[in-house]
Design a protein around this ligand. Structure first.
Ligand code: AMP
Ligand code: GLY
Length: 421
């Protein structure tokens, strides 16, 4: 088969890696890809907003299956567009993708289907939002409605902070804002819960926990993710049942009631408080870096699973997982998530000798004149599978030390909740 992966991050490199292990795969393309995907796939430089050009490429190169990595093309309807043009594609259509594309869409589903989430209000203008804030308990969470690349969420500790958040969102910081969401702050521990669904049935696709804050001890600004581990230390049979029955099933039912089907990965961002799950947000794709952390644990041929999903035959697949723990540390450019330099050479990568349980996935990298250069804030993802999170982390820190990239920084405490307790 000829496969094409859309995206350019660590998530897409790990997808290419798993796909490359399938004996059914003859050729992989990645649009646009990075220096890591370049080793496994042929990178093709097309803008992900240009659906017509992507379609022409897929037809010209006789691609059998397209896998969509990031959220933006999904929310913009790439799946509907490609399906109309008879291309086999893995990912949810435009309407179900609103689960990520509009926080208000999701909150309304929560309200109508009784899904546990924080109490919320939706406001159409600054005055109403600010009036509401005069009578709430702090901290409170103020959110822009649409896609904001992980930004657009303010945890405000007092009235003045919340007022500023409302003004920034309505001021257009995250695009035109018709509405704003203000919700109660839930105390607890976060967990990422993944399923894969074919519209008829679904399978659990493991759990993970990521570290979004830039500094050790989960301090500092939010980032795209500084590291992750799988499985989450919080998951147990009882909690899993609650997540499925109270959150996943009612959501899939809501999508069905709209006359739609949910096909693809669904990522529930949960807050766990006293072994009770609350939905914080949905993403309609795999997480990054959770994907890189989880995929190396999958024993199945990923292509079999994805094809079964496209053909609505997922029920026949039995997902099998390795017993090991998986941990991922993200190596970032100095200065991230604020200003950072690009185009800094990463030497030594080829000198690192990796064992079968070690993986290095590229995120913000590119190849130029045979050199590997940094090309983003999150640059490389080091993943290791081991009998314990501690051993996995030690191995990764050893590899990062050996790489000795002096433009980079990383968190040495990834997994502290499951390692240091
Ligand atoms: P989101 O983009 O909705 O996932 O929000 C980004 C981050 O803000 C989440 O990962 C949480 O850490 C935090 N957050 C969002 N909503 C809430 C909430 N209602 N209570 C507590 N923390 C929240
Ligand atoms: N790791 C967070 C995300 O993928 O949205």
């Amino acid at each position: 088969m000829i496969i094409c992966v859309l995206g350019s991050g660590g998530r897409e490199h790990s997808l290419c890696k798993s796909i490359s292990l399938s004996s059914k795969v003859k050729k992989i393309y990645c649009i646009p890809g990075n220096a890591g995907t370049d080793e496994l796939a042929k990178n093709v430089n097309i803008n992900l907003d240009n659906f017509e050009k992507i379609l022409k490429f897929l037809k010209d190169y006789k691609v059998d299956l397209v896998i969509i990595g990031p959220e933006k093309p999904l929310v913009d309807g790439i799946v509907d567009f490609l399906e109309k043009n008879n291309i086999k594609v893995f990912g949810p259509r435009k309407i179900p993708s609103q689960l990520e594309g509009s926080k208000i869409f999701t909150k309304n589903i929560c309200k109508n289907y009784n899904i546990p989430t924080s109490k919320f209000g939706i406001f159409e203008n600054i005055e109403n939002a600010i009036n509401y804030l005069k009578n709430v308990n702090f901290p409170i969470v103020v959110k822009a409605d649409g896609l904001a690349s992980g930004k657009g969420v303010y945890i405000s500790n007092n009235f003045d902070e919340a007022k500023l958040a409302v003004k920034e969102i309505f001021g257009g910081k995250f695009g035109i804002a018709k509405n704003i969401l203000i919700e109660e702050f839930i105390k607890g521990e976060e967990m990422s819960f993944f399923i894969i669904s074919d519209g008829k049935s679904f399978k659990i696709f493991k759990t993970a926990q990521d570290h979004k804050r830039v500094y050790e001890g989960d301090e500092g600004k939010n980032t795209g993710g500084m590291g992750a581990y799988s499985p989450s230390g919080l998951i147990n049979e009882e909690l899993e049942k609650k997540i499925i029955n109270k959150i996943i099933l009612p959501t899939l039912k809501a999508i069905e009631d709209m006359g739609e089907k949910y096909k693809g990965f669904l990522y529930a961002g949960l807050m766990i408080s006293n072994n009770e799950p609350y939905l914080i947000e949905y993403n309609v794709r795999m997480g990054d870096p959770e994907c890189q952390t989880i995929l190396p644990l999958l024993k199945n041929d990923l292509i079999d699973v994805l094809i079964a999903c496209c053909d609505e035959k997922l029920e026949n697949q039995v997902l099998q997982w390795k017993e090991e723990k998986s941990l991922c540390v993200v190596l970032c450019s100095n200065g991230y998530p604020e200003k950072y330099k690009k185009n800094i050479e990463i030497k030594n990568l080829n000198n690192l000798s990796l064992d079968k349980n070690d993986y290095i996935f590229h995120a913000g990298t590119k190849k130029e004149n045979g050199l590997i250069l940094s090309n983003g804030g999150r640059v490389l993802n080091f993943v290791c599978l081991s009998t314990s999170y501690k051993k996995a982390r030690e191995r990764i820190l050893d590899l990062i030390n050996k790489l000795n990239w002096n433009n980079g920084f990383y968190r040495k405490d990834i997994g502290f909740k499951v390692i240091d307790k």
